[in-house]
Design a protein around this ligand. Sequence first.
Ligand code: SF4
Length: 484
Amino acid sequence: MNLQHIKNTSSKINNAVTYTIIPMGTVALADLLIREGYETMIIHTGIEQICNRNFNLEDLIKNYDPLMVGIDLHWYVHSYDAIRISSLIKRLSNAFVVLGGFTASYFAEEILSNFKSIDAVICGDAELPLLKLLKCKDGEDLREVPNLVYRNAESLKRSKDRYVANSSDLNRLNFSNLHLLSNFDEYIRNISQFGDLDPFKDKAKLKTQGWLCLGRGCSVNCSYCGGGKDAFQLLTGRREPVFRAKERVLAELARFEEMKISCVYMDFDPFPEKRDYYHDLFDMIRREKIDISAQFLLWSLSDRNFLRDFNRTFNPLYSTLTLSPESGSEYIRKLNKGFYYSNSELLRWLENIKREMIPIQLYFTSGLSWETVSHFEETIKLAKRMVEEYPVVSISCNPIELEPASPRFLSPKKYGISLKTRKFIDFYNVFKGLAEGLPVHSQLGYETNYLSEPLIIELSQQFREIMSSAQYKKWEKFFFESNL
Ligand code: SF4
C-alpha cells in the first residue's frame, strides 16, 4: 500500500494530501473497462469541488444514472467518505456499488455487515474480478467472480476463486490514460502542491505529476506498513513482488511526456540489493531521449552507480530521490524497518548524494515501536546534521500511521503498542468526526508502551520546528556568503 511513503503534516493538511491522491490502479481499471466496451469514467469528488464550487454529486448521479459504481477504499483515511458516497448513490440510483482497495479488502465482511449501501467488495487485485462482475446478470453468478465478498439475501458469501495479477496481466494494463479522469489536468497540476508530498511545492506552480507503475508487492515487512510482504499475501494472495516489463513502462513514460507531465513518481523498489531493472530502464529512457523529471522513492540505500544513472537519465528541474530512515536510532530502525542500514552507511550514501548533487527528500517519524524520548533525540540530532551538511530539499516528520494489516496492527502486543482503533467502524468514526469538526477519541489510533499519543504528536511537531529553523539558518548563511 505504501501509505507510509505519503507522510502528512498536521491533521488538516493531512487530509488534503491523503484525500487528493487516487490509487494509480484506478486509471488502469477504467482503461480496461473501456477497452472491453463499457462506458466508464473516473470522478474525483475533491478535484471536482476544486474546479467548481457548485459541484454537486447528487446531480452527477442523477445525470448519469450508472449501472455500477466502484469506489476506492485503499487508504483508510477514506473510510468515512467512501461509505458516505455509497449511501448517496444508493439513495439516488439503482447502481450496484462495489468497493476495492486494501482497506476495503481487510474489512470486507465488517463493511458489508454494517453498511447496506455496499453490495460487494473486491479483495485484492481487481482487474479480472471487476470485468467478470460487470458481465454478471442480476447477481446470479456472483460466485463466479474471483476475489469477491458479497451479500446474498441476508448472509454474506465469499467467492472461491482467487485472482492474483501476474506480470503479463500487469503488462496489459495502461496506467497513463489519465483522460478518463474528469478534470485530469487539474489533478496532475494540483496533486503535487498539497502537503509535504512535494519537495518543490512552493516553486511548483507549473509542475505536473504522473504516477508510474513499475510493479506490485514488497519483499519485507516494516512494522508499520500495511503493504509489506505479509500484508500483500493476506490481502491479495501475492507471495512475491512482480515487475512490469520495462518496454511497457517506457511506453507509458513516453505517453506522460506527450501529455506534458513534467515529473513522474516512482515508488517501487522491493529488491534494493539488486537494481538491474532500473539500470536497464534508465538506459532505455536515455536512448529514447525521454525528457522528464522523476521523484524516485528508494526503499533502502543505493550504490553510487545508481545515483549517477539517475542523474544522467532524468531532467534535473524537479528530480529528487526520497528516503525514509524513519529514526535516527539504529536500534529502533533495525526493530521496525524491513531494510536496515546503519547511520554511518547512511552518511556515506549522503556523501555520494552530495557529490552527485541530487536533491533529496527525507522522511522521519515518531511513535515507532520501542521508541523512547531519548531515541527520538537521536532522530533530531541526525536529521539536523543532514539538513546542515547535505542537499536536503525537504525533511519531514509525522507520527507513524496505524495501517490495517500492518504487523503492528495485527500483533500490537508483540510490537509494544495498544490499539485504540481496531475495527472498520473505529476508522469510520474518526474520519466522520474530523469531517464534521467534532472531537475524535484518538487521532493516531494507538499509543506505544513508551509514548502516549499526545507525546508522539508533540515529538513530530518539535522535529518540524527544529528542522525548519535549521533549514532557515542554512539558507541564510548561504545567501550571506554568496553576497560577500
Ligand atoms: S519497504 Fe517497508 S514500508 Fe516500503 S512497502 Fe515494503 S514493508 Fe512497506
